[in-house]
Design a protein around this ligand. Structure first.
Ligand SMILES: Cc1cc2nc3c(=O)[nH]c(=O)nc-3n(C[C@H](O)[C@H](O)[C@H](O)COP(=O)(O)OP(=O)(O)OC[C@H]3O[C@@H](n4cnc5c(N)ncnc54)[C@H](O)[C@@H]3O)c2cc1C
Length: 709
């Protein structure tokens, strides 16, 4: 008996993706069968992921593992798409003891999964529908999402937290309506409740949210109801999932695209895929292991190779129809794409720990303003769209958000399009809006000839009103992005018109399981369902059941909200310059907090690089991102391009396009050292990253400065 247990432990230890001769061996872990929710299997996987010395094998090793999966020795599961869903599937499958590969066309989270609202939510709106339509299906969705909300927050505590959200009420009916609705949300959450919702008077509300308007046109604030949902750093969570899957033994490869399927001649079953390496330039391994000394450059640009698997899982999000079409060119579309735009405003628009959500504006839309990574994210309801590779926000969508938030803020709109219209007409429009609201008399007929004159006339008016108003300006938009939601119809459902907010798992072509729909919050259970379907399809033999309910992602195990204090104490806060002046060193409290949240328990590794390798400077003034992060991400998080860093590893592109642009030369310099890029590659990286930032539509002359730019 004792021997059997020991053997089992040894077997599990051998399950770690071992590196030999430059190839990743995807060994089968031998966990106890039916080991769901705990037991030795979970303990083993946890130990492996939480091992402080564990190193994620680099991209070149991942690629050789995929190349090594032949028809005679196929993977169990090949996942297409490295968004939240695909990365979740890879993690679920590998921790069940299956041999797993994942390919992502661009970067992990480069699709919808980095462009979300960043809420981990149960879906209060579905609850409203459940109640008013007596719809049990909607209620089930809410129960399910609330359960998953709790799990996501618990499993990535460094990247997720509870966020209070304020709902303003402008009449007493609204107070009663939202209070009772949100109390019901608390009730449905039960043991999964984050914090109880509660009512605040108008006075208390503006103390909590100083920019909230107490008075608007024909109405005054009666109070607010504050409830809680979760908030996350979406792309870092996504990259964390992919890296955790890699640590557990999956071969995960970004910048690798499925271009066609391999089919069995006899049965027509899909048995693998042809993959194109999309990375330009050559790849060398910065892996610090002696075992890898023999590893040479594995891929030339655009190189294609085949990889075989018993089952392929299509998790390509909005692009899952194009993947289905690779299997059957006549495949009927199942995705109904809808797009949402977000803008980022300076921090002073919302207080640090409180969001504002207006469930129904005058025209029935949702509007929200949420604090996120030290700035304010604002957005509104999605609208129909077509699928594009790099969705861009339109100017009118940005303008719509600016106009919509104006109605709820103690700030007045100067969203005038001075660049597009006659300045006098525009100035008059703003004059009239202001005088309507504040009942003051002004001369709106004076002749204004230039844009500058129009602008200063409006400022003069605001001054005349005698109140300390700030204004919502287009020039305050630091960044703006658009994302495509993969709403899905079930191709096997009788009523194909019905678009589901739930996810859909189907296998229309033997060997290809498609998983899509759902939302970020439910990625884990979507993955569980997809892996169950893959096991059935491929008659696979997992060694244990799903473990992801209680599996913390890399950096999460042992993390504590106070972990940043260790960084702040152990790393240099101040140092003497050559001239003897005392200057800030690598670490201050803001940097320590940022590293601790972004990297969890791995933050110490980043801090050590900062201190020991002279990479402790900030990448952009006013932001806590350090040079050391670029090196760390290149070594440990498959950061293969400048865009991978500024958009998905650190969030500068999303937070402040101009700051991201200014940080680029240094980011590229560090990546060039890590990946041994030559001059032409560096030039290409700069061009590509600048083009990418163009899609973020910040204001060209943003007026928000922290004084250091
Ligand atoms: C505006 C907006 C706001 C949202 N807000 C929230 C929110 O607050 N909370 C929430 O829970 N949910 C939210 N969602 C929903 C959530 O973001 C998505 O459901 C989720 O991110 C989808 O993840 P995915 O992995 O299925 O798709 P994606 O993240 O798009 O991943 C699919 C991946 O497949 C890759 N791919 C495509 N074709 C190929 C190929 N041939 N080979 C290899 N790879 C390929 C793509 O490059 C892409 O990275 C929001 C969605 C939108 C649009």
């Amino acid at each position: 008996m004792a021997t059997a247990i020991r053997l089992r432990r040894l077997g599990a230890a051998a399950a770690i993706a071992t590196v030999s001769g430059g190839a990743l061996q995807l060994n089968q872990p031998s966990f106890a069968v039916n080991d769901r929710g705990g037991g030795p299997a979970l303990a083993t996987v946890r130990r492996r992921i939480a091992d402080p010395n564990a190193v994620v094998p680099p991209r070149s090793v991942q690629e050789s593992a995929l190349i090594g999966a032949s028809s005679a020795n196929p993977l169990d599961v090949l996942v297409i798409g490295g968004g939240a869903t695909g990365s979740g599937v890879a993690l679920d499958a590998v921790t069940r003891g299956l041999r797993v590969g994942l390919v992502e066309r661009e970067d992990f989270a480069s699709g919808t999964s980095s462009r979300s609202t960043k809420l981990i939510h149960g879906g209060v709106r579905y609850l409203e529908k459940a109640v008013f339509n007596f719809d049990y299906g909607q209620l089930k969705l809410v129960f399910h999402a609330l359960e998953e909300r709790k799990q996501v927050i618990e499993n990535a505590p460094h990247l997720c937290h509870a966020l209070p959200c304020m709902t303003p009420c402008f009449d007493w009916f609204e107070v009663v309506y939202y209070w009772s609705g949100l109390k019901l949300y608390d009730l449905v959450a039960g043991a999964r409740l984050l914090h109880l919702s509660r009512y605040y008077s108008a006075q208390e509300s503006v103390e909590l949210f100083p920019t909230l308007a107490r008075k608007g046109k024909d109405r005054s604030l009666k109070g607010t109801v504050v409830y809680y949902d979760g908030q996350m750093n979406d792309s870092r969570l996504n990259v964390g999932l992919a890296c955790t899957a890699a640590l557990a033994g999956a071969a995960v490869l970004n910048h690798a695209e499925v271009v066609s399927f391999l089919k069995d001649d006899g049965s027509d079953r899909i048995i693998g895929a042809r993959i194109r390496d999309n990375l330009t330039g050559t790849v060398t391994a910065p892996f610090p292991s002696l075992l890898l000394k023999s590893l040479t450059v594995l891929s030339a640009p655009g190189q294609e190779f085949d990889t075989y698997a018993k089952v392929v899982v299509n998790a390509a999000g909005p692009f899952c129809d194009s993947v289905r079409k690779l299997a059957d060119k006549d495949a009927r579309p199942m995705i109904c794409p809808s797009s949402g735009v977000h803008i980022v405003l300076p921090d002073y628009y919302s207080p640090e720990g409180m969001g504002l959500i207006v469930p129904k504006t005058k025209d029935g839309r949702v509007v929200f303003m949420l604090p996120w990574l030290g700035r304010t994210v604002a957005g509104t309801t999605d609208s129909n769209t077509s699928i594009t590779l790099l969705p861009e926000p339109h100017e009118d969508e940005i303008q719509f958000i600016l106009d919509a938030i104006c109605d709820y803020l103690n700030v007045k709109c100067l969203t005038g399009r001075f660049d597009l219209v006659d300045p006098m007409v525009e100035a008059q429009r703003i004059f009239i809006t202001l005088t309507d609201c504040y009942n003051v008399e002004v001369d709106a007929t004076r002749i204004i000839k230039t844009r500058e004159a129009a602008f200063s006339a409006v400022l003069e008016l605001i001054h005349k009103l005698g109140k300390a108003y700030i204004t919502v300006r287009r020039t305050d938009v630091l960044s703006a992005w658009s994302g495509i939601r993969p709403l899905a119809t079930d191709p096997s459902a009788k009523n194909t018109e019905s678009i589901s907010r739930d996810h859909v798992v189907c296998e229309e072509y033997p060997g290809l399981v498609t998983i899509t729909g759902g939302k970020w919050t439910t990625y884990r259970s979507m993955a569980e369902d997809a892996v169950d379907a893959a096991i059935k399809s491929g008659k696979l033999s997992p060694s244990n059941e799903c473990l992801t309910q209680k599996l913390r992602i890399i950096g999460g195990d042992g993390w504590d909200p106070a972990s940043f204090t260790v960084l702040a104490q152990q790393y240099i806060r101040m140092k003497k310059s050559h001239g003897g002046k005392v200057v800030p060193g690598v670490m201050d409290t803001a940097a320590a907090k940022h590293l601790s949240h972004a990297y969890g328990t791995m933050a110490e590794r980043v801090a050590a690089i900062a201190q020991n390798e002279n990479l402790g400077k900030r990448l952009a003034h006013g932001y806590p991102f350090l040079e050391a992060e670029v090196a760390y991400c290149a070594r440990n998080e498959f950061c293969e391009s400048a865009v991978d860093f500024i958009a998905r590893r650190c969030r500068l592109a999303f937070l402040d396009t101009d700051a991201a642009s200014r940080a680029l030369p240094r980011v590229i310099e560090i990546l060039a050292t890590e990946h041994k890029w030559d001059k032409s590659r560096k030039k290409k990286e700069l061009e590509k990253a600048k083009q990418f930032l163009e899609t973020f539509k910040s204001s060209k002359n943003a007026q928000f400065h922290d004084g250091k730019h």
